[in-house]
Design a protein around this ligand. Structure first.
Ligand code: PMV
Length: 311
């Protein structure tokens, strides 16, 4: 069995697709992928397929389920990379909310690749898993950066710029607020691309500014400059709004978090729904309470130092 963590993007989502830097950290929710022998390829999962009972699907049925495209592509690419195929039963068990920007798909992909390569007796190294997981996301979404797949494979804090991936020290307790609304990453990335094509000189500057925020945030994180970290989160959120990916619910949660004394708050991930993160040292419980009272789910996350691993 293999497992991989969830993630939040601290700074730089969307801009990272255009080569700007982005910072993310792994958080302590996990997907577990368990592989056992079978006479056909099948997937069992309640969490990913969203059925009341465990769904069991054979390979042909899988092709019609869009939620399964990530897993299916991960299987195909692992077979291709290793040059071996074998029947198996894959059981996915995850406590990561699906489709809300917490990296559920990257986590499923990385844990599946890790478990399957071990089952085939050709274990892939972390770097290979990370790269293959990125290829899967690229194929399924049409456009993707390495941020999600790197952070769930390496764990801890990550700085990504293009194909350059660095481990960094990030240890922030963050409050996560979940709108419960699913955003489609592929569509949101396309929406930003279209807005950029209509307004290139304006949007290019916004994307470059987001890149600058990320670099300044890197210094602020190093220097433990808490107020600066918060302020940069607020500015980053405003620029994401100007890219068109912030919804009313995301704004509502960000403003609630600020009202409760957060030093900063922003949406995280692709937007269009999904989650916010708030940096509220010492006031985390107040923020969680206010978000829950407004009818949304919320929790305090802590960093997961470990990325994908065999269990
Ligand atoms: O929706 P998520 O959490 O997978 O976030 C994607 C981050 C984007 O920058 C919007 C896309 C990408 O591939 O980097």
């Amino acid at each position: 069995m293999a497992s991989a963590p969830a993630k939040t993007i601290l700074f730089g989502e969307h801009a990272v697709v255009y080569g700007e830097p982005s910072i993310a950290c792994a958080i302590d929710l996990r997907t577990k992928a368990k592989i056992s022998k079978s006479d056909k390829i099948e997937i069992k999962s309640r969490d990913v397929i969203k059925t009341d009972v465990d769904a069991i699907l054979d390979r042909e049925n899988m092709r019609n389920k869009s939620e399964l495209r990530y897993i299916l592509t991960a299987i195909d690419k692992t077979f291709e990379k290793i040059g071996k195929e074998k029947n198996f039963s894959l059981e996915i068990d995850s406590n990561i909310p699906v489709g809300v920007g917490l990296g559920s798909s990257a986590s499923v992909v990385a844990s599946t690749i890790c478990a399957l390569s071990n089952f085939l007796k050709e274990p892939l190294e972390i770097k290979e898993i990370s790269e293959l997981a990125y290829e899967v996301e690229l194929e399924v979404q049409g456009a993707a950066s390495r941020i999600d797949t790197s952070v769930v494979t390496y764990g801890g804090g990550i700085l990504v710029k293009g194909s350059d991936v660095r481990l960094i020290d990030v240890n922030l307790p963050l409050v996560i607020g979940n709108t419960g609304i699913k955003g489609d990453t592929g569509k949101l990335v396309s929406m930003v691309r279209e807005r950029r094509e209509r307004n290139p000189e304006i949007i290019d500057r916004i994307i470059a500014s987001i890149g600058n925020i990320t670099l300044k945030a890197l210094d602020a994180l190093k220097n433990k400059d808490h107020n600066k970290i918060g302020e940069l989160m607020d500015i980053n959120h405003g620029l994401l709004d100007s890219l068109g990916v912030v919804t009313r619910e995301l704004s509502e949660l960000v403003h609630l978090a600020r009202r409760e004394g957060s030093l900063g708050a922003k949406m995280t991930g692709a937007g269009g729904g999904g989650c916010i993160i708030a940096y509220a040292p010492g006031k985390e419980n107040n923020v969680v309470k206010a978000i829950r009272e407004a009818g949304y789910s919320s929790f305090i996350s802590s960093i997961s130092k470990e990325g994908v691993r065999l269990e």
